[in-house]
Ligand binder design. Structure first.
Ligand code: ADP
Ligand code: ADP
Length: 232
């Protein structure tokens, strides 16, 4: 089934002479337990697509759904709730709180939402991203790669419907980046997580199951990894 789906999604910024069509009738489906990379030149609409699908930005026309929830029908409060309950985020800057240890960072969004993390799931997540033995460390006691793995675990902790990752390896050296990508892939394979990752790095994209290419706000190509289905 689809974890998320855009149908004829358009996004226009500004009006008149300054009008920019950031997304031009985009239709795309993100299937459960699939790892999709979104690539394309700067300004092609990658961030806009992610923001619209994550309910961080309103859409101009068409439809954006997370599971079977149509985002355009939700008011602010419900949208915030949906983001908290159904969506995980991973950013280029790890966005960890320096005063909290790794475990506290991982459970923070759930603590804020007043949700109790499922301990068995949490143990599985920590093992999947290779953080066992590092949970008491503060961010400044961890390498960049480890900090991003904490951010990955934080995104996974609430068992979200879908995770949106924006250039998750942009601040990492290639070896740490490869590790983080390996753990993202593991979380798709082993935990059944759905992930959508924006990247300009073909090496990063090679860890995904399929690559969707954007240009000028339209989907211009789509590639499926030859290993995507055989591994599953
Ligand atoms: P990408 O992530 O692929 O670099 P973006 O989604 O950021 O592309 O941008 C797509 C287009 O929308 C670009 O032309 C950009 O200038 C424009 N755009 C993005 N955000 C805004 C905004 N807040 N206001 C006006 N134009 C914007
Ligand atoms: P990674 O491959 O995860 O980026 P590194 O190769 O950078 O890890 O680091 C190897 C080990 O050194 C890590 O397991 C970590 O425990 C430790 N380490 C790295 N950077 C730091 C740091 N700034 N402070 C404390 N320990 C560190």
């Amino acid at each position: 089934g689809a974890a998320a789906r855009a149908t004829d999604l358009s996004k226009v910024y500004g009006e008149g002479e300054t009008q920019v069509i950031a997304l031009d009738s985009v239709s795309v489906e993100f299937r459960q337990a699939e790892f999709t990379a979104i690539m394309g030149p700067s300004g092609s609409g990658k961030s806009t697509l992610m923001h619209c699908m994550a309910g961080l930005d309103t859409i101009s026309s068409g439809s954006a759904r997370i599971g079977d929830v149509e985002l355009t029908t939700l008011k602010d409060k419900k949208l915030t709730q949906l983001r908290r309950d159904k969506i995980g985020f991973i950013f280029q800057a790890f966005n960890l709180l320096p005063t909290l240890n790794a475990l506290e960072n991982i459970t923070l969004p759930m603590d804020i939402a007043g949700r109790k993390a499922d301990q068995a799931w949490l143990d599985q997540v920590v093992a999947t991203v290779g953080l066992a033995g590092r949970l008491k460390h503060r961010p400044n006691q961890l390498s960049g790669g480890q900090q991003q793995r904490v951010a990955v675990a934080r995104a996974l902790a609430g068992q979200p419907e879908i995770i949106f990752a924006d250039e998750p390896t942009g601040n990492l050296d290639s070896r740490s980046g490869a590790e983080v990508l390996g753990f993202l892939r593991n979380s798709v394979r082993e935990l059944g997580q759905t992930i959508v990752m924006v990247t300009h790095d073909p090496v990063a994209a090679s860890y995904s199951d399929r690559v969707v290419f954007l240009a000028d706000g339209r989907i211009v190509d789509e590639l499926r990894s030859p290993t995507a289905d055989s591994v599953l």
